[in-house]
Design a protein around this ligand. Structure first.
Ligand code: NAD
Length: 492
């Protein structure tokens, strides 16, 4: 077993005089100084940092999965193995494989009017990157951005979620043993007001702030960062639609939608949030979805594969959303293959399909983030597309069917962070596809080279030649200038 690191707030004097830096600021200052003292970060140093994380995952993967399980109450270590640890292992191995290539300067073609100068992009670390992570995949979403930032040669400060205290404490302890504080440090928020520390964290003048979490908190983070002109990457949430086309195999679609929706009990940023299907197919979908649930989760209560809702507050919110929709005329199809009391202390919540939810209901206006799936019938594909386009750009979009014309029409006429066709979630696992949102689902993407570049300064460098004739454009402007400009205009 591990010893929990002391919560960071214990070391912090909240009523400090304005002039004296807080402990958090002192940590930042140390990282900042180190990043300016060692601007160039070699391949060897970067590889060594990544290898330390690889060793940590190989040695303590099981302990991390146990900590996640303890934080959730019920969450299978196998889920953490595939959705947190495996994702990180693939990120690490592809990063280690490609890093030498990614770090190389990139030659850029020089236009005729500047020849014989040469030009290239020099890829450099940004400096100090702040990472704020959520609770739903607490290892992957903390260490994924950390690995990306370290690969790009940055120093990193990580603030994990206060809602997974055991996982966050274990991460702090393990990373604290493997890294110097001015290289990588973990800031733990505990006590009565963890969000005070979170707010202070996002107001530090980082060279880049990488935030994963809700759209509402993302807005606050963007505001705090703007005060320092700190660039941000915001990996946010939202309502990701699933379109069932008339050409779709309902049984296939239902099991893939059920898997994407019920993984981690719907607490996944790219989980399908609602289903759009041709009018008249609601009952078919309801039956196919119930069969799919029974196959994946023969029982809910006490099933170690079916995650609990993270906290009583989150559980109550989901129940209240259901009650509101039902009170306003929605029909609920509760799916519980082996009926038992699922509202007990474990907070395991059985899946619910919701039909005829009013547009004004919370279920149709907020990200659900739980095992509830509204089903919305459409008369025509155009109506489904209009429904999506009338709302904030989703983080993910899923389309099911075999009619490629209809598929391409939907892809051409909707904008989302990413898409998987005929499955759910899978685009996030493709190491060469950038992952991120658009509009209210976030900005900036990572994974693969896209992530490396997001946290890298691509510095444009022009090497002037001694044969250059820039002096042809110098004043005093006269006949020679006009002749040269005339020639250039003809060449463009
Ligand atoms: P959250 O926004 O409540 O919290 C995320 C993190 O922000 C936590 O570490 C929290 O302590 C911190 N925080 C809170 N207030 C802050 C402030 N003022 N300044 C700085 N940090 C602050 O999100 P959550 O409940 O932990 O996670 C669920 C949300 O995250 C969902 O909306 C989900 O869609 C989204 N999410 C997105 C992705 C993605 O990759 N796009 C991945 C996972 C989760």
């Amino acid at each position: 077993m591990y010893k929990a690191a002391a919560p960071y707030h214990q070391a912090m004097t909240l009523n400090h005089p304005p002039a004296s830096p807080t402990p958090l600021r002192l940590l930042f200052d140390a990282q900042h100084r180190a990043s300016r003292a060692q601007v160039e970060v070699s391949l060897a140093v970067r590889r060594d940092r990544l290898l330390r994380i690889q060793v940590l995952l190989n040695t303590h993967g099981q302990a991390l999965a146990q900590a996640v399980q303890a934080d959730f109450g019920v969450r299978s270590p196998q889920l953490t193995e595939i959705a947190d640890l495996f994702v990180l292992r693939t990120l690490l191995s592809s990063t280690l494989k490609n890093l030498r290539q990614w770090m190389k300067p990139v030659k850029v073609r020089t236009p005729l009017y500047l020849q014989p100068a040469r030009a290239y992009l020099q890829r450099q670390p940004l400096g100090v990157v702040g990472v704020v992570s959520p609770w739903n995949y607490p290892v992957q979403l903390a260490l994924g951005p950390v690995i990306t930032a370290l690969a790009a040669g940055n120093r990193v400060m990580l603030k994990p979620s206060e809602l997974t205290p055991q996982t966050s404490a274990l991460l702090a302890e393990l990373l604290g043993q493997a890294f110097a504080a001015d290289e990588l440090c973990v800031v733990l928020a505990g006590g009565d007001n963890p969000l005070e520390l979170a707010a202070e964290f996002s107001s530090l003048p980082f060279d880049h702030l990488f935030f994963t979490g809700s759209t509402a908190v993302g807005r606050k983070v963007a505001e705090a960062a703007a005060a320092n002109l700190t660039p941000t990457t915001l990996e946010l949430g939202g309502k990701s639609p699933c379109i069932i086309d008339a050409s779709c195999d309902m049984e296939q679609a239902a099991i893939k939608i059920a898997h994407g929706k019920l993984l981690n009990a719907g607490q996944t940023c790219i989980a399908p949030d609602y289903v759009l299907l041709p009018k008249g197919q609601e009952a078919d979908f309801g039956e196919a979805f119930a069969r799919a649930v029974a196959k994946l989760f023969p029982s809910i209560a006490g099933n170690p594969d079916y995650a609990a809702i993270i906290s009583p507050r989150h559980h109550e919110r989901l129940q209240a959303m259901l009650a509101q929709a039902e009170g306003e005329g929605a029909r609920l199809q509760r799916i519980n293959p082996a009926p038992a009391n699922v509202a007990g202390a474990s907070r395991q919540m059985a899946p619910v399909l919701v039909f005829d939810a009013p547009n004004s209901s919370q279920l149709l206006s907020e990200e659900i983030f739980g095992p509830i799936l509204p089903v919305l019938p459409y008369d025509s594909l155009e109506q489904a597309i209009d429904y999506i386009n009338a709302r904030p750009r989703p983080l993910a979009l899923y389309w099911f069917g075999s009619d490629t014309g209809s598929r391409d029409h939907v892809l051409a006429n909707t904008v989302s962070g990413g898409v998987t066709v005929n499955d759910t979630l899978m685009h996030i696992a493709h190491e060469n596809l950038p992952f991120g949102g658009v509009g209210e689902s976030g900005w900036g993407s990572y994974h693969g080279e896209a992530g490396f570049l997001r946290l890298t300064q691509q510095k444009p460098v022009l090497l002037q030649s001694k044969w250059a004739r820039g002096d042809l454009f110098y004043p005093p402007y006269g006949k020679r200038f006009d002749q040269v400009m005339g020639l250039l205009k003809r060449l463009l």
